[in-house]
Design a protein around this ligand. Sequence first.
Ligand SMILES: Cc1ncc(COP(=O)(O)O)c(C=O)c1O
Length: 494
Amino acid sequence: MNNSNEVPLIFEMSSPGRRGYEYPDCDVPSEKVTDLIPSRFLRKKAADLPELSESEVVRHFTQLSRLNYGVDVGFYPLGSCTMKYNPKINEDVAKFAGFQRIHPYQGEETVQGALKLMYELEKYLCEIAGLHRATLQPAAGAHGELTGLMIIRAFHRDRGENHKRQEIIVPDSAHGTNPASAAMCGYRVVEVKSNPRGGVDVLNLRKITGPQTAGLMLTNPNTLGLFEEDIVEIAHIVHQAGGLLYYDGANMNANLGISRPGDMGFDIVHYNLHKTFAAPHGGGGPGSGPIAVTEELEDFLPVPLVSMKDNSYYLDYDRPKSIGKVKSFYGNFLVMVKAYAYIRSLGAQGLLEVSEIAVLNANYLMRQLQKDYHLPFDRSCKHEFVLSAKKQKAKGVRALDIAKRLLDYGFHPPTIYFPLVVEEALMVEPTETESKETLDRFGKAMRKIALEAMENPEILKEAPHHTPLRRLDEVKAVKELDVNWYKRNPSSAM
Ligand SMILES: Cc1ncc(COP(=O)(O)O)c(C=O)c1O
């Protein structure tokens, strides 16, 4: 405990002998247990667990949970993350015993319902992307990227061109996972510059594209929230050079029912089901990053695909050109259930409205804030927009200070310092699930903070003032990470 506002650790509340629950006596003789477990794995003394009553445990964790902030608590405009409200009905459906209690080793004939759901979800995702077939296996967006890149490699290998196509082009505004996935797949990453309107610099792209190009990774709208105006020309350049076009679909919340990556010329698309299709995320998952591909690339998809024959569904492993499996079993199934429930409950018209409202909300907020914050690209945005705290920096206030001050006003801050092409970036993604009143309250707080930056910058530099913990030393937190009770109390270790 460093500070009087802090909740004590559960270990610090321990009182010897206090119990919440007593286990019944073990009915297996102890020598039998010790016979089964090698002695080096046996404890020398009892584990030093905190000793508390049930009500103390419940109150402790309830108190901690109240310090937490999430989409169920308030506005969460974390750009690029699509922190939309996740309807609870999706959770209810994912809890159905028929989904939750099945086992991946069950015979296909006993899980026809689950296979049908996967089969239909694949069809919906293909329809939304304007592509041919999809795999639901990848467990996250970045995992979808890696899978897509493996497919790109398999495609070029099949044509005998893999040895010469060793480069993946990535824009300078790209999400960090794009170059990281390309490098992980063994590719050389080549950066293409942005033009003054925030899109890909087509002249620069022409210069760096050639017989060495395996593909281009792009997100559209890009990480500035701007639609790639030259996408048709970009697709033409890459295809003419023999490369493939990969679509990072993390920003798909802007496009549902409005435009389809397949129609723009993309060959592979990944989705973040845990963003666009309303599965809760943050805190590490589980996620789901299906990828959809053109007919030309279908053969390379991971096995198994869910297919249908004689009115029943089956897992199709008979795909000789497949890149193989990319995840144990079939992916994070319950995330698929939530996405399926979300798509079915909204329908085609509902999905279209999701994106229309997401785009409307972002533009509404952007126009409210552009007087007080520098707007580097003054164009209509899609589902998110990027401001710069350049004006405030002149007063010594950084994007980080603005983010911290927002906590005092009860809001989760936007993403900061990304994309890298914008100085002091503040990336705001309101999503479609927020009301006009919430957007107005956030706009008001942001404008008030802009005023504070001019009149009383010190208040921002020391923010937050009203949170249980004040500003943390983030470097120290990384370099001297201290989250292990036993490390602090070695005598308690086994
Ligand atoms: C534009 C973009 N691409 C890719 C990803 C990676 O997705 P995931 O976090 O599911 O791996 C993200 C995640 O924030 C993203 O915003």
